[in-house]
Design a protein around this ligand. Structure first.
Ligand SMILES: [Zn+2]
Length: 76
């Protein structure tokens, strides 16, 4: 089972948790459900000088609200 890293948008805590399927965890620190999944691909997303997002990871979508590349977990 995969372990994903999440970032809490409420208290800014980063945490790792086991995730089953599309389950969306709550923050262990403050209990908020406003968490973003951090994926390894996010390190390859860079923003250009024109404010446009240059996405070098095929098939991924960039999120302007967080560092996650999977925006269905954070609503952006
Ligand atoms: Zn939190």
């Amino acid at each position: 089972m995969p372990i994903y890293e999440y970032h809490c948008k409420s208290c800014a805590k980063d945490f790792e948790t086991l995730v089953f399927g599309d389950e969306c965890p709550n923050c262990p620190e403050c209990g908020a459900s406003e968490v973003c999944r951090l994926m390894s691909a996010c390190g390859f997303v860079s923003k250009g000088s024109g404010g446009q997002v240059t996405n070098q990871s095929a098939g991924a979508s960039a999120c302007s609200g967080c560092a996650a590349t999977s925006c269905n977990t954070c609503g952006h």
